[in-house]
Design a protein around this ligand. Structure first.
Ligand SMILES: [Ca+2]
Ligand SMILES: [Ca+2]
Ligand SMILES: [Ca+2]
Ligand SMILES: [Ca+2]
Length: 261
């Protein structure tokens, strides 16, 4: 009898793991693009550096917005070119911010405890947070966001980068080929009486807890040969085998010395 409970738990766990990828209830927008060259986070969306990105264009009250999404081996890159008659730069008085909320589990369920959220505001104000126990947004203790906002013509340019898997429990932890959900929130003049909040996908609210109609981001599998990747030389497993062999050699060495003495 005492083996029954762990067995049932294991079956339930396995079943839930198998079932989760099947639940997809998102809006139909899919971003998936690999780049071997990382863009520069300088607040200038250069056509060349973002040429590999998945893009979509839509309208908000002040005009057109273009979103760019792509990843390399380590990071997810997001940019937005947002029509706006001013770049507002003062916290609590009027600040332009781009926030991205993630549906890490990609369940189309609730934006709830543990979900990841990142943001970039004017004057290089970066945010890396998560949904806390009280459903409020708390700051991560480990900040894994970089980015910048700039202004070109009548557009604000937001560029932001976040690791695919930072190792922080309060961030996305995605693998190549994995799809996660996302909502993009554009705060214009946040803190001002005339503040306007726009959201992509259109029709989704900034405060909606439902993730049912969010967009999809699939972490693209690398298409290059990996020569610019992180793990040149010996693979981790081979290093591990050598370490274990050295350990055994030292152990037997000490045994032999003991017998001789
Ligand atoms: Ca740039
Ligand atoms: Ca503005
Ligand atoms: Ca983090
Ligand atoms: Ca986070």
């Amino acid at each position: 009898m005492k083996y029954t409970q762990p067995l049932i738990l294991s079956i339930l766990l396995l079943a839930s793991i198998l079932l989760i990828p099947g639940i997809k209830a998102h809006d139909g927008t899919e971003f998936e693009a690999y780049t071997s060259t990382s863009p520069t986070m300088d607040g200038v969306i250069n056509d060349d550096e973002w040429a590999d990105a998945s893009t979509t264009t839509f309208s908000i009250p002040e005009g057109e917005v273009t979103l760019y999404v792509m990843n390399d081996r380590r990071s997810l890159f997001i940019a937005a070119k947002v029509a706006d008659n001013t770049l507002d730069e003062v916290v609590n008085v009027g600040l332009d911010i781009l926030t991205i909320d993630f549906d890490v589990r990609h369940d189309g369920g609730e934006f709830t405890v543990g979900e990841d959220t990142i943001s970039i505001g004017a004057r290089n104000r970066i945010g890396d947070g998560f949904v806390g126990p009280g459903l409020d947004i708390l700051d991560d203790s480990q900040i894994d966001v970089d980015g910048m906002v700039g202004r070109i013509g009548n557009f604000n340019h937001f560029e932001i980068v976040h690791p695919i898997d930072s190792g922080d429990a309060n961030d996305i932890a995605a693998a190549y080929g994995q799809t996660i959900g996302a909502r993009f929130i554009f705060f214009d003049q946040s803190g001002h009486d005339n503040a306007v909040i726009s959201v992509f996908p259109l029709g989704v609210g900034a405060d909606d807890s439902s993730q049912a109609n969010w967009a999809d981001i699939t972490i693209a599998t690398p298409t290059d040969d990996g020569s610019s990747g992180s793990s040149g030389g010996l693979p981790i497993t081979e290093i591990g085998i050598i370490v274990v062999l050295l350990g055994w050699a030292a152990y037997f060495g000490s045994v032999i010395r003991k017998r001789r003495s």
